[in-house]
Design a protein around this ligand. Sequence first.
Ligand code: CMC
Length: 430
Amino acid sequence: MTNETKTAELHVDGKTITMPMMEDNAGFRAVDIRTLWRDARVYTYDPGFGCTVSCQSAISHVDGEKGQLLYRGYPVEVLTEHCTFVEVAYLLIHGVLPNQAQMEKFSDLFNSHSMIHEDMRTFFRRYPERAHPMAVLSAMVVSLSSFYPEVDKTDEDIDMAATRLLSKLRTIAAFSYKKSIGEPISQPSHKLSYCANFLNMMFSSPVVDYQIDPIIVRVMNQLLVLHADHGQNCSTSTVRMVGSSGANLYASVCAGICALWGPLHGGANQEVVEMLERIHREGCSVDKVIEQAKDKTNPRRLMGFGHRIYKTYDPRAAIAKKICHEVLARLGKQDPLLDLALGLEAKALADPYFVERKLYPNVDFYTGIIYRAMGFPTDMFTVLFALGRLPGWIAQWQELKRDPHQRIGRPMQLYTGPMQPAFVPIDQRT
Ligand code: CMC
């Protein structure tokens, strides 16, 4: 980060306010408005924070014009090709790729933390059968803080806290699925890698062994790596906002899971497949769906399309599209939803509405079709997004705690309510 010698000026009430400018390592610039209220008695108005920088971060970088995503400087394409998810988690949390010894130590911690407290298992039994796994996941994560109160100690080793949460979230995710289908849970195994363990806990049962396919395990790793971090998106900003009040890691991550659930954010992967299923079921034409998405009187958008930052093809979507073809070929499956998705993409990318607004497929457009082929039910898709995003949330929370500029998150508002109306006692109100 360089503090530029350049400044920006704002003219307010005949006064000129001079503000310093900052430039980050990728060349993006910001006006430092921290003293604006003090100097000019004005705020800045930016609903959705499209022009607001909330922190300095060294974890990931998104360039929406170039279609570039970097984790600690490495392109996501390189990491997806060459690293496991656990390796990328280490990179995000520690800032460097692990050597062999560091990787072994980190992986050992995963094994020792993979079980969940026996008492927590009774929670699963009490959830209604149809509980959405995201509701179960968020509640279970915040409950971890009562079972593992050492998270409140400021000196707790970050590897300990991180691997405990990463390992247990995987177990909770698989348990919540088993609960939803009424099957007994499968315990984690110390003999399996992170992703193989997860797939085994999801799909093995007392009567059917899960056949571990190294190619599908690799795909699981790749999909989690694709989601591992993404700048100050809605859920990550939520984790930071909650953390800024001093709340512990589990409480902050629980809030992030809830933010991720929304259909405009991580919940879009479920929405995309439900949209494609509906189109397929109703035999709707691709043209009609595109027309509906463009119609401002119709609330239906083209799910899996558009992004706040990417004004070109989302690099994650390009990787997911490639994996989608590979997985279907590997499993010998054909999915009519893939043909529909390809048709929708081609039509949208040629349509002036999408071209003018620079709306391209985002990460959620193809991932659901892959999960479906792998056997995941639709309502588990956003849980998989959460599992992937977890190392990013942990790294961002940790960075926040170490940031000397960090203050409690507290945006301002422009008040639109009444100003001191006459008070009428209750017995005289009409
Ligand atoms: N279908 C139709 N129109 C769209 C779409 C879409 N998917 N996305 C944006 N637009 C239009 C929008 O109506 C607006 O048009 P106008 O300028 O005429 O008012 C224009 O494009 C700009 O959209 P916006 O809503 O101002 O953009 P935003 O940056 O506030 O929202 C978004 C970004 C991702 C919420 C939005 O594109 C969207 O709702 N997409 C569908 C949901 C989705 O796929 N979400 C997953 C995002 S990627 C995963 C993640 O990181 O969360």
